[in-house]
Design a protein around this ligand. Sequence first.
Ligand code: IFM
Length: 447
Amino acid sequence: MSAVLRFPPGFLWGVSTSAYQIEGSLQADGRGPTIWDRFCAEAGRIAHGDTAAVACDHYRRYQQDVALLAGLGVGAYRFSIAWSRLQPEGRGPFKREGLAFYSRLVDELLAQGISPMPTLYHWDLPQALQDAGGWQHRDTAARFAEFAQGMARQLGDRVPRWITHNETFEHTVLGHALGTHAPGLTLGLDSFAVAHHLLLSHGLAVQALRAHLPGAAQVGIAQSMAPARPATGRAEDHAAAHLLHLLQEGIHCEPLLRGRYPEELATLGIDLSAIHAGDEATIAQRLDFFGINYYNPTHVQATPPGSPVPLREAEAPAHHERTEMGWPVIPQGLSELLLGLKQRHGDALPPLVITENGAAMPDALEAGGVDDPRRVAYLEQHLQALRTAMDGGVDVQGYFVWSLLDNFEWAEGYRPRFGLVHVDYATQRRTPKRSYHWYRDLIAAQA
Ligand code: IFM
């Protein structure tokens, strides 16, 4: 183990998953339909017509998956709770069966000495709430706070760390601005109301959680963050990169940390009328930790004048290695991001946790095993970059690999494999990859 991969005592090692990507059993125990069920049923939305109907069958095989977590030796497991298993229509009394599932999962984790870290919303809105206006509608924020309160009441005695949302930027942009994710809306910059209501719901949920959790419980959010890089030296591409920074960190980070959207937003012609008096203060609840999901910097190009959206993602320079998602491998982007956040936000920045980092690689199951040296190299290089940022004064308290299992990668279906554990979808057989053993050894060596 190289010295650079030594982390402070108490550093939290984990892995992440999300409900829709692994659970399957979409009809079980009275679960209500979600926007992703509807989206997957629409022709042409998901690669190869894949659906999450079975996924990793985790709903029925969770004990086996907790055993895999125990074998890894992780201190914590980040999973998400499927809102529509508790409230099939997004409101009303909680279903006993849904509660029983997450309660059993939490107990199983605790029995193995693994700290449960649930995310309350990882993109799977109950369809009934979408039918009532979804995140464009302010009332959805209040519904989410009620859901958070119910979960705190039910699991608060056993769950020490809570995450409200996963990646409000991606959910806004892919789901509501560009339409490549559920619910498939193409609102462009008019999707700002969605972003605002997601952030507002976060603030309301933090209040609801704190009102019902023991004092020591920690509450945070997991946001996708990436340095925005101009694709060329052209002034318009620099302006596009600045705009992306504003749309991502400006909207999805600044109000959380500073209680204000950037003033520059008003100059973009975005309709900001969704912001009511007092909302920004509600959004800026104190955070015990700020979760960062990092994969790669975004290279940005301006689109021609008159285009429906003012910028687009460009190819990264050709010399970068690429993952199966086509994403460039740029570990220094992580240290640049973290040091930049520290510089821009100073003491307003809570302790950070890397809530997702990982790579889809061309894994093959051969002779009963999966040799994935490129994933090992990816993780090792990103941990080195993390160490660089920590040595530079950034307070990072944990690191979670995306993902424990190969799983349903949204619009990309099952082709990209992100797991430390290979899943044979025909048999549901789990095979730990070389990266699983590598991560296990890394965690053990820290102890
Ligand atoms: O699979 C997703 C996850 O749901 C959210 N963050 C990025 C991952 C990889 O695309």
